[in-house]
Ligand binder design. Structure first.
Ligand code: DC
Length: 219
């Protein structure tokens, strides 16, 4: 029997990963964070100073893989678990830039398809409903205002040393939105058959409930 594939796309900070994790725990599906794959490629490219024109031939040397332990995704470059290292603001910006390079997208395409073929998945990203899983059973486009997304991110970081200001976070979010939406290959956009969920005025629990309800109705 064909596995169930649920696509959740949307801009950075809309709550995709937290909500997708809640929904997948409830449904017993695997949660795939495709942004982590783009981030791991960005880390590899940055650490090795790979010029754009050499990316295509170098990426297979990255030996990128993902593993799931108790439903939690870990990302590896060779034997090195880079799941923590890919979460810096520098790698966020680098991933936004390098994810626009067609060779990077082509490299990750088959990895994502394979996971979705072999498992019931909730996959989140920017082009899952439009490019990676155009036949997904349910497609959701999750968004929130840039100000609300910056506010949430600021709250998350407020406790940490070197927390950026709210204004810096908002500026980064707007810059990443622009880059993600205006690139030529697989830009961030809502698939025609995706349902829009605006989480600006919803809590994470309310958003997750709404999505679980939608999935229940569709399947
Ligand atoms: O979801 P995230 O912030 O971890 O993603 C990091 C970057 O990767 C983001 O700026 C855009 C890119 N990305 C992408 O182009 N396509 C995806 N399916 C997922 C992420």
């Amino acid at each position: 029997m064909k596995n169930i594939n649920i696509a959740i796309d949307g801009p950075a900070g809309a709550g995709k990963s937290t909500i997708a994790k809640m929904v997948s725990a409830k449904l017993g599906y695997i949660y795939v964070d495709t942004g982590a794959l783009y981030r791991a490629c960005a880390l590899y490219i940055t650490e090795n100073n790979i010029p754009d024109e050499d990316i295509e031939k170098s990426l297979p040397n990255a030996r990128l893989s993902i593993k799931f332990a108790d439903g939690v995704q870990r990302v590896f470059l060779g034997d090195r678990d880079v799941s923590g290292l890919i979460r810096t603001p520098e790698i966020s910006m680098a991933a936004s830039r390098t994810s626009a390079i067609p060779a990077v997208r082509a490299y990750l395409f088959e990895t994502q398809k394979k996971i979705a073929r072999e498992n019931n998945v909730i996959m989140d990203g920017r082009d899952i409903g439009t490019v990676v899983l155009p036949n997904a059973d349910v497609k959701i486009f999750l968004t929130a205002s840039a100000e609300e997304r910056a506010k949430r991110r600021y709250k998350e970081l407020a406790e940490k040393p070197d927390c950026p200001t709210y204004e810096n976070i908002l500026e980064d979010i707007k810059k990443r939105d622009y880059q993600d939406m205006h690139r030529e290959t697989a830009p961030l956009k809502q698939a025609e058959d995706a349902v829009l969920v605006d989480t600006t005025k919803l809590t994470l629990e309310q958003s997750a409930e709404k999505i679980i309800e939608m999935i229940g109705e569709k399947l």
